[in-house]
Design a protein around this ligand. Structure first.
Ligand code: IPE
Ligand code: IPE
Ligand code: MG
Length: 249
Protein backbone atom coordinates (compact mmCIF):
# COMPACT_ATOMS: atom_id res chain seq x y z
CA UNK A 1 0.00 0.00 0.00
CA UNK A 2 1.43 3.38 -0.95
CA UNK A 3 1.57 6.18 1.60
CA UNK A 4 -1.08 8.05 -0.33
CA UNK A 5 -3.44 5.10 -0.15
CA UNK A 6 -3.01 5.01 3.62
CA UNK A 7 -4.62 8.43 3.90
CA UNK A 8 -8.25 8.43 5.03
CA UNK A 9 -9.78 11.05 2.76
CA UNK A 10 -12.77 11.44 5.06
CA UNK A 11 -10.49 12.55 7.91
CA UNK A 12 -8.24 15.07 6.20
CA UNK A 13 -7.12 18.12 8.12
CA UNK A 14 -8.90 21.10 6.61
CA UNK A 15 -5.92 23.36 7.22
CA UNK A 16 -2.24 22.47 7.22
CA UNK A 17 0.37 25.01 8.27
CA UNK A 18 4.02 24.55 7.37
CA UNK A 19 7.25 26.14 8.59
CA UNK A 20 9.47 25.73 5.55
CA UNK A 21 12.87 25.57 7.24
CA UNK A 22 16.35 24.44 6.28
CA UNK A 23 17.00 26.11 2.93
CA UNK A 24 20.27 27.63 4.11
CA UNK A 25 21.63 24.38 5.52
CA UNK A 26 20.58 22.47 2.39
CA UNK A 27 22.64 24.87 0.27
CA UNK A 28 25.60 24.87 2.64
CA UNK A 29 25.69 21.06 2.60
CA UNK A 30 26.15 21.33 -1.14
CA UNK A 31 28.85 23.97 -0.79
CA UNK A 32 26.56 26.66 -2.19
CA UNK A 33 25.34 30.06 -1.00
CA UNK A 34 22.17 30.14 1.13
CA UNK A 35 20.20 31.72 -1.71
CA UNK A 36 20.67 28.54 -3.74
CA UNK A 37 18.64 26.77 -1.06
CA UNK A 38 15.84 29.32 -1.28
CA UNK A 39 15.72 28.88 -5.06
CA UNK A 40 15.33 25.14 -4.68
CA UNK A 41 12.79 25.67 -1.93
CA UNK A 42 10.43 26.86 -4.64
CA UNK A 43 10.33 23.34 -6.14
CA UNK A 44 9.27 21.98 -2.77
CA UNK A 45 6.53 24.61 -2.56
CA UNK A 46 5.23 23.68 -6.02
CA UNK A 47 5.11 19.95 -5.26
CA UNK A 48 3.58 20.40 -1.80
CA UNK A 49 0.89 22.79 -3.04
CA UNK A 50 0.01 20.40 -5.84
CA UNK A 51 -0.07 17.42 -3.46
CA UNK A 52 -2.28 19.21 -0.94
CA UNK A 53 -4.74 20.38 -3.59
CA UNK A 54 -4.96 16.92 -5.18
CA UNK A 55 -5.83 15.39 -1.81
CA UNK A 56 -8.55 17.93 -1.11
CA UNK A 57 -6.90 20.00 1.63
CA UNK A 58 -8.83 23.27 1.86
CA UNK A 59 -6.20 25.58 3.39
CA UNK A 60 -2.42 25.41 3.20
CA UNK A 61 -0.45 28.11 5.00
CA UNK A 62 3.27 28.44 4.31
CA UNK A 63 5.63 30.45 6.50
CA UNK A 64 7.76 32.15 3.87
CA UNK A 65 9.25 35.13 5.71
CA UNK A 66 9.00 36.10 9.36
CA UNK A 67 9.16 39.50 10.99
CA UNK A 68 12.44 38.34 12.55
CA UNK A 69 13.83 37.41 9.12
CA UNK A 70 14.21 41.16 8.44
CA UNK A 71 17.29 40.86 10.69
CA UNK A 72 19.10 38.68 8.13
CA UNK A 73 21.91 40.06 5.93
CA UNK A 74 20.57 42.54 3.38
CA UNK A 75 21.80 40.46 0.40
CA UNK A 76 19.77 37.48 1.57
CA UNK A 77 16.64 39.58 2.16
CA UNK A 78 16.98 41.18 -1.28
CA UNK A 79 17.43 37.79 -2.93
CA UNK A 80 14.41 36.36 -1.09
CA UNK A 81 12.20 39.29 -2.07
CA UNK A 82 13.16 39.13 -5.73
CA UNK A 83 12.65 35.36 -5.72
CA UNK A 84 9.22 35.97 -4.25
CA UNK A 85 8.26 38.47 -6.95
CA UNK A 86 9.53 36.16 -9.69
CA UNK A 87 7.82 33.07 -8.27
CA UNK A 88 4.45 34.67 -7.61
CA UNK A 89 4.45 36.10 -11.11
CA UNK A 90 5.42 32.79 -12.72
CA UNK A 91 3.00 30.66 -10.69
CA UNK A 92 -0.22 32.68 -11.00
CA UNK A 93 -1.21 30.85 -14.19
CA UNK A 94 -0.72 27.45 -12.55
CA UNK A 95 -2.70 28.55 -9.51
CA UNK A 96 -5.58 29.48 -11.79
CA UNK A 97 -5.29 26.27 -13.76
CA UNK A 98 -5.47 24.30 -10.50
CA UNK A 99 -8.29 26.43 -9.08
CA UNK A 100 -6.18 27.63 -6.14
CA UNK A 101 -6.79 30.97 -4.45
CA UNK A 102 -3.78 32.89 -3.12
CA UNK A 103 -3.97 34.86 0.10
CA UNK A 104 -1.34 36.36 2.38
CA UNK A 105 -1.03 37.10 6.09
CA UNK A 106 1.47 39.42 7.76
CA UNK A 107 2.63 42.99 7.61
CA UNK A 108 2.36 43.09 3.83
CA UNK A 109 2.86 46.86 3.65
CA UNK A 110 6.42 46.36 4.93
CA UNK A 111 7.31 44.37 1.79
CA UNK A 112 9.17 46.10 -1.05
CA UNK A 113 6.75 47.88 -3.41
CA UNK A 114 7.17 45.48 -6.36
CA UNK A 115 6.67 42.50 -4.11
CA UNK A 116 3.54 43.99 -2.54
CA UNK A 117 2.08 44.78 -5.96
CA UNK A 118 2.87 41.38 -7.45
CA UNK A 119 1.21 39.77 -4.47
CA UNK A 120 -1.91 41.95 -4.68
CA UNK A 121 -2.14 41.24 -8.39
CA UNK A 122 -1.88 37.46 -7.91
CA UNK A 123 -4.41 37.50 -5.05
CA UNK A 124 -6.85 39.46 -7.17
CA UNK A 125 -6.38 37.20 -10.22
CA UNK A 126 -6.99 34.05 -8.17
CA UNK A 127 -9.69 35.44 -5.86
CA UNK A 128 -12.56 33.39 -7.24
CA UNK A 129 -10.74 30.01 -7.19
CA UNK A 130 -12.39 27.40 -5.03
CA UNK A 131 -10.41 24.17 -4.73
CA UNK A 132 -7.85 25.27 -2.14
CA UNK A 133 -6.63 28.46 -0.48
CA UNK A 134 -2.87 28.88 -0.38
CA UNK A 135 -1.87 31.34 2.33
CA UNK A 136 1.61 32.86 2.36
CA UNK A 137 2.80 34.15 5.71
CA UNK A 138 4.99 37.07 4.72
CA UNK A 139 6.64 39.51 7.08
CA UNK A 140 4.50 37.63 9.56
CA UNK A 141 4.87 37.06 13.25
CA UNK A 142 2.20 35.90 15.60
CA UNK A 143 2.98 38.44 18.32
CA UNK A 144 2.69 41.24 15.77
CA UNK A 145 -0.66 39.82 14.66
CA UNK A 146 -1.95 39.40 18.22
CA UNK A 147 -0.91 42.92 19.21
CA UNK A 148 -2.72 44.31 16.17
CA UNK A 149 -5.86 42.44 17.15
CA UNK A 150 -5.60 43.80 20.70
CA UNK A 151 -5.19 47.36 19.41
CA UNK A 152 -8.23 47.04 17.16
CA UNK A 153 -10.37 45.65 19.97
CA UNK A 154 -9.15 48.41 22.32
CA UNK A 155 -10.12 51.06 19.74
CA UNK A 156 -13.61 49.59 19.47
CA UNK A 157 -14.00 49.56 23.24
CA UNK A 158 -12.76 53.15 23.44
CA UNK A 159 -15.28 54.24 20.78
CA UNK A 160 -18.11 52.52 22.62
CA UNK A 161 -18.65 50.00 19.80
CA UNK A 162 -17.65 46.98 21.89
CA UNK A 163 -18.12 46.01 25.51
CA UNK A 164 -15.06 44.35 27.15
CA UNK A 165 -17.27 41.49 28.28
CA UNK A 166 -18.12 40.75 24.64
CA UNK A 167 -14.47 39.93 23.84
CA UNK A 168 -14.61 36.17 23.44
CA UNK A 169 -12.56 33.74 21.32
CA UNK A 170 -14.67 34.43 18.25
CA UNK A 171 -14.35 38.21 18.57
CA UNK A 172 -10.60 37.90 19.02
CA UNK A 173 -10.11 35.43 16.14
CA UNK A 174 -12.05 37.77 13.87
CA UNK A 175 -9.32 40.40 14.33
CA UNK A 176 -6.47 38.09 13.34
CA UNK A 177 -5.10 37.93 9.77
CA UNK A 178 -6.58 34.43 9.56
CA UNK A 179 -10.16 35.60 10.23
CA UNK A 180 -12.60 33.30 8.50
CA UNK A 181 -10.11 30.44 8.04
CA UNK A 182 -10.37 27.18 9.98
CA UNK A 183 -7.62 26.68 12.57
CA UNK A 184 -4.78 24.42 11.38
CA UNK A 185 -5.22 20.87 12.67
CA UNK A 186 -1.69 19.96 11.58
CA UNK A 187 1.53 21.98 11.71
CA UNK A 188 4.62 20.65 9.96
CA UNK A 189 8.14 21.96 10.48
CA UNK A 190 11.05 20.75 8.41
CA UNK A 191 14.79 20.75 9.14
CA UNK A 192 14.76 19.12 12.57
CA UNK A 193 14.13 22.30 14.59
CA UNK A 194 11.54 21.77 17.29
CA UNK A 195 10.09 25.23 17.77
CA UNK A 196 7.24 27.44 16.62
CA UNK A 197 9.26 30.59 15.80
CA UNK A 198 6.41 33.05 16.34
CA UNK A 199 4.06 31.24 13.95
CA UNK A 200 0.26 31.19 14.43
CA UNK A 201 0.50 31.01 18.24
CA UNK A 202 -3.22 31.49 18.81
CA UNK A 203 -4.35 29.38 15.86
CA UNK A 204 -2.11 26.39 16.71
CA UNK A 205 -3.52 26.05 20.25
CA UNK A 206 -4.73 22.50 19.56
CA UNK A 207 -2.88 21.62 16.36
CA UNK A 208 -0.96 18.38 16.07
CA UNK A 209 2.72 19.20 15.61
CA UNK A 210 4.83 17.18 13.20
CA UNK A 211 8.58 17.59 12.92
CA UNK A 212 10.77 16.07 10.24
CA UNK A 213 14.53 16.24 9.69
CA UNK A 214 14.00 16.65 5.95
CA UNK A 215 15.31 20.02 4.82
CA UNK A 216 12.70 22.12 3.03
CA UNK A 217 14.17 21.94 -0.52
CA UNK A 218 13.94 18.12 -0.31
CA UNK A 219 10.30 18.11 0.89
CA UNK A 220 7.87 16.54 -1.60
CA UNK A 221 4.28 15.24 -1.77
CA UNK A 222 5.38 11.95 -0.22
CA UNK A 223 6.63 13.82 2.86
CA UNK A 224 3.29 15.57 3.09
CA UNK A 225 1.48 12.23 2.89
CA UNK A 226 3.72 10.87 5.64
CA UNK A 227 2.81 13.78 7.91
CA UNK A 228 -0.91 13.33 7.22
CA UNK A 229 -0.78 9.59 7.91
CA UNK A 230 1.01 10.33 11.19
CA UNK A 231 -1.63 12.94 12.05
CA UNK A 232 -4.43 10.49 11.32
CA UNK A 233 -2.95 7.94 13.71
CA UNK A 234 -3.09 10.33 16.65
CA UNK A 235 -5.90 10.68 19.13
CA UNK A 236 -7.00 14.30 19.46
CA UNK A 237 -8.43 14.60 22.96
CA UNK A 238 -9.00 18.33 23.47
CA UNK A 239 -8.63 17.93 27.22
CA UNK A 240 -10.95 14.93 27.50
CA UNK A 241 -10.01 11.39 28.46
CA UNK A 242 -9.20 8.79 25.86
CA UNK A 243 -12.29 6.84 26.94
CA UNK A 244 -14.58 9.82 26.35
CA UNK A 245 -13.10 10.38 22.90
CA UNK A 246 -13.54 6.72 21.98
CA UNK A 247 -17.17 6.68 23.13
CA UNK A 248 -17.97 9.78 21.07
CA UNK A 249 -16.98 8.00 17.86
C1 IPE B 1 13.83 28.79 5.66
O1 IPE B 1 15.13 28.34 5.54
C2 IPE B 1 13.51 29.95 4.75
C3 IPE B 1 13.36 31.24 5.43
C4 IPE B 1 13.42 31.44 6.71
C5 IPE B 1 13.10 32.37 4.57
P1 IPE B 1 16.32 29.03 6.31
O2 IPE B 1 16.84 30.15 5.46
O3 IPE B 1 15.92 29.43 7.67
O4 IPE B 1 17.40 27.88 6.36
P2 IPE B 1 18.29 27.45 7.60
O5 IPE B 1 17.35 27.23 8.75
O6 IPE B 1 19.23 28.56 7.86
O7 IPE B 1 18.96 26.21 7.15
C1 IPE C 1 11.05 30.40 10.54
O1 IPE C 1 12.31 29.94 10.17
C2 IPE C 1 10.55 31.36 9.53
C3 IPE C 1 10.28 30.83 8.19
C4 IPE C 1 10.36 29.58 7.84
C5 IPE C 1 9.89 31.80 7.22
P1 IPE C 1 13.62 30.57 10.78
O2 IPE C 1 14.77 29.82 10.24
O3 IPE C 1 13.65 32.03 10.60
O4 IPE C 1 13.44 30.25 12.34
P2 IPE C 1 14.43 30.31 13.57
O5 IPE C 1 14.90 31.70 13.68
O6 IPE C 1 15.53 29.36 13.28
O7 IPE C 1 13.61 29.88 14.72
MG1 MG D 1 15.90 28.47 9.46
Amino acid sequence: MSLKEKIDLSKLPSHIAIIMDGNGRWAQQKGEERVFGHQHGVEAVRDTVEGAAELGIKYLTLYAFSTENWNRPKEEIDALMSLLVKTINAETKTLNKNDIRLQAIGDLKSLPGDCYEELQDAMQKTASNKRMTLVLALSYSSRWEILNAVKELAEEVKNGKLSPSAIDEAAFSAKLCTAGMPEPELMIRTSGEHRISNYLLWQLAYAELYFTDTLWPDFRKEDLYEAIVDYQNRERRFGKTSEQVTNEK
